[in-house]
Write a protein that binds this ligand. Structure first.
Ligand SMILES: *[C@@H]1O[C@H](CO)[C@@H](O)[C@H](O)[C@H]1NC(C)=O
Ligand SMILES: *[C@@H]1O[C@H](CO)[C@@H](O)[C@H](O)[C@H]1NC(C)=O
Ligand SMILES: *[C@@H]1O[C@H](CO)[C@@H](O)[C@H](O)[C@H]1NC(C)=O
Ligand SMILES: *[C@@H]1O[C@H](CO)[C@@H](O)[C@H](O)[C@H]1NC(C)=O
Ligand SMILES: *[C@@H]1O[C@H](CO)[C@@H](O)[C@H](O)[C@H]1NC(C)=O
Ligand SMILES: *[C@@H]1O[C@H](CO)[C@@H](O)[C@H](O)[C@H]1NC(C)=O
Ligand SMILES: *[C@@H]1O[C@H](CO)[C@@H](O)[C@H](O)[C@H]1NC(C)=O
Length: 489
């Protein structure tokens, strides 16, 4: 473990000795592949090995529990990641939106900044610092330091995960790996969002131990090793809110560890390391039907695990949604509503929107008035009316899964955008009608000409050759036009 550290310290000053040490340390590294360096200094450079199956460690924390290295993703792509070694669980990725390639032109180096460069895919990521070393702390936090104090740390740039002890502030967000869902903090709450604006889960601080006060700065959140997610406003360590995990107040041991992740299904989960496995310790949304896309678009989810069907009872449920070509906008350019013919209306009773407490609602005296409000407004995708309370819930996003409530007094009104295919079909039909009409017209005109000629022929037979046939008419017309142009000159 010490040799590689020495090796990078000596770089640049004792070249020949460095080469010997390098040779030795490479031998040691290949013999004991767990001995990974614990510090990166100026001159450090690494490229991915073609033979690495999944992870090539480059920097280790003092305990050996965590490692920074090249992670192979989707076959030949490369991510610079921090992994929990025993489980290969990635906690952090340098550049989650763009992967580099697993190719020898890709390079990680340290020159005061930690830099990942890949001329092939033009991926370039850098800490943009001027430090003297990079270290991985025993918390899994990667730091670029100068004289021992951090200039940059990975804890400030979380991807989809925060680990115990890591501060999650209002400037940060956790983004699910598919980019669909995020966790963010508000003034006095934390929320889960779909596509940046649609809030589908919210936890407001309960202020049992400390109050959130205006002007005292934004709140932040932290996973506590004692088994809860705390929300804080000041740094006096008294949380303004506590969300307990299953491991709440269980003895904290050196072997245990916690992390929290924004999952790709839209849930927020926490996990507990019991020394050999990650156990689910907390989930923000415990009922599957409450997940934003539990049954896809225009799906109907019945709580209690009885599965998915479609809001339209004539459509068979298929994974991913009930209609093709949905999504997009109902409002045309400049907010002007499209015509009614761009969508059709689906009604279904016994349904309820998930997270209805987070939806805008108005009170209307009847279902018809509720539907009308939605029909008139092109930013409304649907409305659900509760006949008991008179609440009319407005759905302002493309329709995702609804809950089956079994209560027939709750009625849903949903706009279904006509897909391109349906529109095409309409145009094909219009085309056929035009063609048929055209052909009928040609036949009628043709018959009219035939009848006229036949009549004229009879006249010609009677009056001999003075026939004013079409050719002669045309001739006389052109003659007239020539006469006219002559007169103009
Ligand atoms: C480190 O390398 C990067 C990329 O080549 C460069 O932009 C940066 O200026 C360098 N930093 C220092 C301190 O030399
Ligand atoms: C992690 O490092 C800190 C100091 O850097 C130390 O106090 C603590 O005991 C270490 N924890 C573990 C689990 O090694
Ligand atoms: C988190 O914030 C608290 C309070 O500001 C601070 O004491 C602590 O050092 C921070 N932790 C990390 C890992 O930055
Ligand atoms: C860290 O290493 C220690 C000692 O090997 C082990 O007991 C503990 O479970 C590890 N922690 C994690 C989070 O892997
Ligand atoms: C489908 O729903 C409509 C209207 O709610 C209802 O009249 C019809 O009987 C239902 N069809 C089936 C097959 O359930
Ligand atoms: C239409 O709906 C949007 C979103 O629900 C709302 O902000 C807007 O005020 C509504 N417009 C009218 C004219 O009601
Ligand atoms: C709605 O409520 C009214 C009176 O409150 C009642 O007459 C009507 O039958 C109800 N409709 C449904 C569908 O439950």
């Amino acid at each position: 473990m010490i040799l590689p550290t020495v090796m990078f310290n000596m770089l640049g000053t004792h070249q020949p000795r460095f080469m010997v040490l390098l040779f030795l340390s490479i031998q040691i590294l290949t013999l004991r592949c767990t001995s990974i360096t614990q510090e990166l200094h100026t001159g450090f450079s690494a490229t991915p090995e073609p033979s690495t199956p999944s992870f090539q460690p480059l920097l280790s924390d003092p305990t050996g529990n965590f490692s920074l290295g090249f992670l192979r993703v989707n076959g030949n792509q490369l991510a610079l990641a921090i992994l929990h070694v025993a489980s290969s669980e990635p906690f952090w990725v340098a550049n989650p939106t763009r992967a580099a390639s697993w190719f020898d032109t890709t390079r990680l180096f340290f020159n005061g900044s930690l830099v990942l460069s890949d001329p092939e895919t033009r991926v370039s990521w850098s800490t943009a610092t001027n430090g003297d070393r990079a270290v991985l702390l025993n918390t899994s936090n990667l730091q670029v330091q100068t004289k021992g104090s951090p200039l940059w740390e990975s804890f400030e740039f979380p991807t989809n995960t925060i680990v115990q002890g890591q501060n999650f502030t209002s400037k940060m967000s956790l983004l699910s790996s598919n980019g669909l869902y995020s966790l963010r903090l508000g003034n006095d709450y934390m929320g889960l969002y779909e596509g940046n604006k649609y809030l589908y889960w919210k936890r407001t601080v309960l202020e049992t131990k400390a109050e959130v006060q205006e002007g005292k700065g934004p709140i932040y959140a932290r996973v506590n090793p004692e088994g809860y997610l705390g929300m804080y406003q000041t740094n006096d360590e008294k949380p303004a809110d506590v969300q307990k995990f299953n491991s709440f107040q269980q003895a904290v041991t050196a072997a245990s560890f916690l992390f929290m992740r924004m999952e790709a299904d839209g849930n927020l989960k926490a996990y507990y390391w019991d020394g050999s496995n990650w156990l689910t310790n907390y989930q923000a949304i415990s009922e599957t039907c409450e997940l934003p896309r539990s049954c896809g678009s225009y799906g109907l989810c019945r709580p209690g695990g009885s599965g998915c069907s479609c809001l339209d009872n004539r459509t068979r449920f298929e994974a991913g949604g009930c209609f093709n070509d949905v999504g997009g906008e109902l409002c045309g350019e400049e907010g002007i509503g499209r015509s009614k013919s761009d969508y059709w209306v689906l009604r279904r009773s016994g349904v309820e929107p998930p997270h209805k407490e987070l939806l805008r609602h108005v009170t209307t005296p009847s279902l018809a008035e509720c539907e009308q409000l939605c029909e008139k407004n092109c930013s409304c995708w649907g409305a659900v009316y509760n006949n008991g309370t008179g609440f009319c819930y407005m759905l302002e996003n493309p329709i995702e899964s609804m809950l089956g409530s079994g209560d027939e007094s709750k009625v849903g009104y949903f706009k279904v955008k006509k897909g391109d295919r349906e529109k095409n079909r309409v145009w094909v039909r219009v085309g056929i009608v035009i063609t048929v009409l055209g052909m009928v017209g040609v036949i009628i005109v043709g018959m009219w000409f035939c009848v006229r000629r036949w009549k004229r022929r009879r006249v010609v037979k009677e009056e001999d050759w003075a026939s004013p046939g079409p050719y002669k008419n045309l001739g006389s017309a052109s003659f007239r036009s020539i006469e006219m142009s002559n007169s103009v000159e």
